[in-house]
Design a protein. Structure first.
Length: 241
């Protein structure tokens, strides 16, 4: 499956894998399975409940089913429960969180992708379009991505530090694993294509975030490498406590 570049709030471009057809199908199956217990409850009502209660229950269940995807994606950052389980989500093509109007368009065109064509239209368009988009995505300007960036924490080779090592920037403890993964991604991108502007931008963002002044004998690359080393040491020492 293809790759789409996401422009982060740190002004850094990160590549994400586009959610595949298999993930889409699995997420949809999970979303359907969620409603199975409610169907059993409906059967119970059908046997022991009043006709009015049955009608109200099924009307309420139908309402939830119809608006399920729209409500979940709006309030859960582009994810239904199924999408969250398989780690995919909906984003705008520019990498931002989709606007409500985009979520709404995507949801409305479910009728074309699924209801009117039995799911065939959605499957075919998701399989043949460059970014794996169904008709709803094409109209809304959205795309489904895997939520994990291509560079994961398990693939990052942090430098080992001695127990006697003294961190240069203790403020590194204010960062988290995602921040460090992003720094590593920037460094890896620099060595791949030589784009030193990414390094400068990342160093500026980290310094401003942590309130750090760059020492006169340290350049931006050395600063980022030191931050990674300091963070690794601080977190490793905390784990031993």
């Amino acid at each position: 499956m293809g790759i789409i570049t996401i422009h982060t709030t740190q002004n850094i471009d990160i590549d994400y894998e586009i959610g595949g057809l298999g993930e889409r199908i699995l997420a949809r199956i999970i979303d359907f399975v969620i409603f199975i217990p409610f169907l059993f409850i409906g059967i119970f009502f059908s046997v022991s409940g009043s006709q009015t209660a049955i009608i109200i229950f099924y009307a309420f269940l139908a309402l939830i089913f119809v608006f399920y995807d729209l409500v979940c994606e709006v309030f859960f950052n582009g994810q239904s429960l199924g999408k969250r389980a398989v780690k995919i989500r909906v984003i705008s093509l520019d990498g931002a969180r989709p606007k409500f109007s985009q979520f709404l368009l995507r949801w409305l065109f479910r009728m074309v992708d699924f209801s009117l064509t039995g799911g065939l239209c959605g499957l075919v368009t998701a399989a043949v379009t460059e970014n794996g988009q169904r008709v709803g995505d094409l109209v809304a300007g959205t795309v489904l991505i895997k939520t994990s960036p291509r560079t994961t924490m398990n693939n990052i080779a942090f430098p080992l530090t001695e127990s006697a090592y003294e961190p240069v920037f203790t403020q590194a403890s204010e960062l988290n694993d995602s921040d460090i993964a992003l720094i590593h991604e920037v460094i890896a991108t620099y060595f791949k294509n030589g784009n030193n502007q990414l390094v400068y931008n990342m160093a500026d963002k980290i310094r401003n975030h942590l309130g750090i002044s760059l020492p006169p004998d340290m350049n931006s690359m050395q600063f980022l490498q030191t931050i990674i080393k300091d963070y690794t040491h601080i977190t490793s020492q905390a784990d031993r406590l």
